[in-house]
Design a protein around this ligand. Structure first.
Ligand code: SAM
Length: 274
């Protein structure tokens, strides 16, 4: 079984603090007040970046001042976008300490600290009371989660009645056998993909209702093509997902794109209710 420190080492990839510091300095963004939007190239750590965050946001019924949970918040990029867009309060948890530290620094630089709390936590065992959140979401996290029943049950437990749960992931496609290394795992020991049907069945067993699923494969292929082409044309973009993901990001993105094209994986968004 994969342990939490392997997942954390995978995401950190060496000295992430230096990489971020150097990139911010090269982009002339260090130590000054920033707009949330200025960080989009570096803080949306998932396929399709801010476009995917905006798409998911359109499906989430968030109202002003609500308390929303982000499970696996990464550097807090989606949380900053949603907190600003919906004027809600977001609590983000993630198992990677450096992401939480950098994310809170990004909150400070963008003057978002009063709307967002980011802290260490594991989605399989949330440290919150029952029924405290008005909604929850999780972008591209579940591929690393071996026990989906625990993960979904914990999300369900901390949600108030009639609230929503939304998430995006790469599911297992009909052909199976994805091509490694991938953006979320270097090998099969860290990757726990389920078919969309299997995921829906677990959500139902946990108690979620009104489950809607949206396939996102074609959009993801286009997003990966743009990312890979961009990297070939502009040799050294200063800010980009490679700052966080390191030098293998292009190869991992290319494998992810090919896995979708060959029906080995099948990305989707899900929105459901408690
Ligand atoms: C692809 S990144 C997505 C980050 C963020 N959701 C975003 O979209 O920018 C996946 C994140 O999931 C986190 N993660 C993986 N397993 C987790 C778990 N069991 N509990 C909390 N976070 C987890 C990783 O540390 C990483 O930050």
């Amino acid at each position: 079984m994969v342990n939490i420190s392997d997942i954390e080492n995978f995401w950190t990839r060496g000295d992430i603090y230096s990489r971020v510091r150097q990139a911010m300095s090269a982009a002339n963004l260090d130590n000054k007040n920033l707009d949330v939007e200025e960080l989009f190239p570096i803080d949306q750590y998932h396929a399709r970046g801010i476009a995917a965050t905006i798409d998911l946001g359109k499906k989430m019924p968030i109202s002003e001042n609500q308390k929303i949970l982000d499970i696996g918040c990464g550097l807090g990029g989606p949380a900053r976008y949603y907190a600003k867009e919906f004027k809600c309060h977001i609590t983000g948890i993630d198992i990677t300490p450096s992401f939480i530290e950098i994310g809170n620094e990004f909150n400070r630089l963008t003057s978002m600290s009063s709307m967002i709390d980011l802290c260490l936590g594991n989605g399989e065992k949330l440290e919150f009371e029952d029924e405290v959140f008005d909604g929850a979401y999780s972008q591209h996290v579940t591929m690393n989660v071996s026990n989906r029943i625990n993960f979904f049950s914990e999300a369900y437990r901390v949600l108030k009645k009639n609230s929503f749960f939304a998430f995006t992931e790469h599911g297992l496609g009909p052909k199976g056998d994805p091509i490694f290394p991938l953006p979320w795992a270097d090998n099969s020991e860290m990757s726990f993909l389920l078919t969309p049907e299997n995921t829906i069945s677990i959500l139902k067993d946990v108690g979620f209702i009104d489950i809607e699923i949206f396939e996102t494969g074609d959009k993801y292929i286009q997003g990966y093509e743009k990312l890979i082409k961009g990297k070939t044309e502009e040799r050294n973009p200063v800010l980009g997902i490679h700052v966080i993901g390191g030098p293998t990001m292009k190869e991992r993105s290319s494998n992810s794109m090919q896995s979708i094209k060959e029906n080995r994986t099948q990305p989707f968004e899900i929105i459901c209710k408690k």
